[in-house]
Design a protein around this ligand. Sequence first.
Ligand SMILES: *Cc1c(COP(=O)(O)O)cnc(C)c1O
Length: 425
Amino acid sequence: MDHFNLRDGALHCEDVPLAAIAEAVGTPVYVYSAATMRRHAQVFRGAVGGDGPLIAFAVKANPNAAVLATLAAEGLGADVVSIGEYRRAMAAGILPERIVFSGVGKTASEMAYALQRGLCQFNLESVVEAEMMSKVATSLGIDAPVAFRINPDVVAGSHAKISTGAADTKFGVPIDDALAAYAAARALPGLAIQGIAVHIGSQLTDLGPLEHAFGKVGALIGGLRAAGHDIRVADLGGGLGVPYDRDMPLPPSPGEYGEMVKRITADWNVRLIFEPGRLIVANAGVLLSEVVRVKPGVGDPFVVVDAAMNDLMRPSLYDAFHAIDPVVPTGEQMVANVVGPVCETGDTFATGRKMGAVAAGDLVVFRTAGAYAATMASTYNSRPLTPEVMVSGDRWAVIRERQNISKLIEADKLPPWLDGSAAAQ
Ligand SMILES: *Cc1c(COP(=O)(O)O)cnc(C)c1O
């Protein structure tokens, strides 16, 4: 469910007409609904059993400070994968004890920074990482709360670039090596082993692989306890899919996910952690764009919009589908290729798409653009970074300004041998 609906024939975000935002801020612009984010946080929390578990929002899905602060007010913590994300979470008021530090490449300085300021746990991905953590922790005289992320060797069934749970990916400790990894970590000073973690991929539309992975984790918890490890925390990761394409079956609901988790973990006797990202914010955002022109094609016409792959990378990166709708639908339909202005054939949002008819100057939205969207934007083709707006009821605010093109240019520095006078020679 989201809060982007037609009112009086024009698409609104909550109580604000999208056309008013386009008029004031220009396009392209990301627009987020705070009510949708809050609702998703509440629904997820209800589905996984209230206040007991830690729900650590995967910051990489949408790291904007206003988004993090909105979710922090709902009691969510943060799953971070870099010191930048850790600092963003702290700056947004998320308590350190609600921060989980994931990622396969944590550096010693990242470990030290988070250790000194506090966190719930580091999810370690290898014994060599545990050895580095041990050195950092002992040098600071602080015990590091740690879990191992296990690679359960389960094929998640989503796009290859966002599947992380098969044995040949870079993620986690292979499940068959887990007992040896915990034994090795126990022998290292400065590590307080407290848990186990798993995350098999993103945009999962079937509970089967998750259930399979969680079952393996449950069995491993038994084995770890038998070997004398005190496992008090189980981090089940994120990954639940959201509907992008109205013609596809709905993914499992948070309620169905919660029921499955309850059934599988009933006798685990641990505190659960969840790391949802996409589920919380994807449907809470749209990318609002203007049609520059409609260019005739050999087949279907090209709807050239002012947003491009640098603003929304998912279609070119993952062949991802985003529904594209006119802000003021006429009731007419068209079949079109929707493309951006960037000089790459991959700058294509949709091919042969049946959609509401649009003409030059019309506004369109790319729906379900609240996750893995603005955060992946780049300045490719010297296009300034896309601004972001948050709506709450009838209020709205710019939560990131459009990047200034002069600043973008000034950020480059000429080497001394190319300074103005020398270049003039
Ligand atoms: C990306 C990621 C998540 C979030 O995944 P979603 O599919 O957005 O829920 C959670 N945990 C880890 C370790 C991740 O890398």
